[in-house]
Unconditional design. Sequence first.
Length: 147
Amino acid sequence: MRLVRYYPNYRALGGVTRSPWAGLEGEIDRLFTTALADYGGIAAGRRFAVDLYEDKNNAYVRAELPGVNREDINVEALDGTLTITAARKTPATEGQAEQSFSFSRSVTLPEQVQADQIVAAYENGVLTVTLPKREEAKPKKISVAVN
């Protein structure tokens, strides 16, 4: 869907013409483009949303991947980048062949992460990747001495 561009002649200070709706048209176009390309909550051929959070021992990457089989998920850490790729297959129905959609997301790993200790778990459509921090990056309690 494409909106018709309408530019009324609004005059601001200094004679600059600017529509009060500037920027809104682009946002509405983006919304419709994303919604039309969306398939079942995950945009086909696009990046998907991830949640990044941490505690004192680990950093986490969480991604919702509904309808994706565990075998179709690949998590890889290489050269300071964590890459999650997944594929979703829809079964063939009457008059339609089987369809396959693939998508991926890359996240830069912080330097304090132990790349060889990364663990991934997939449960109920949610992938959680645990990134353990190096011992020197963890906060340490320092006692204060009395003089």
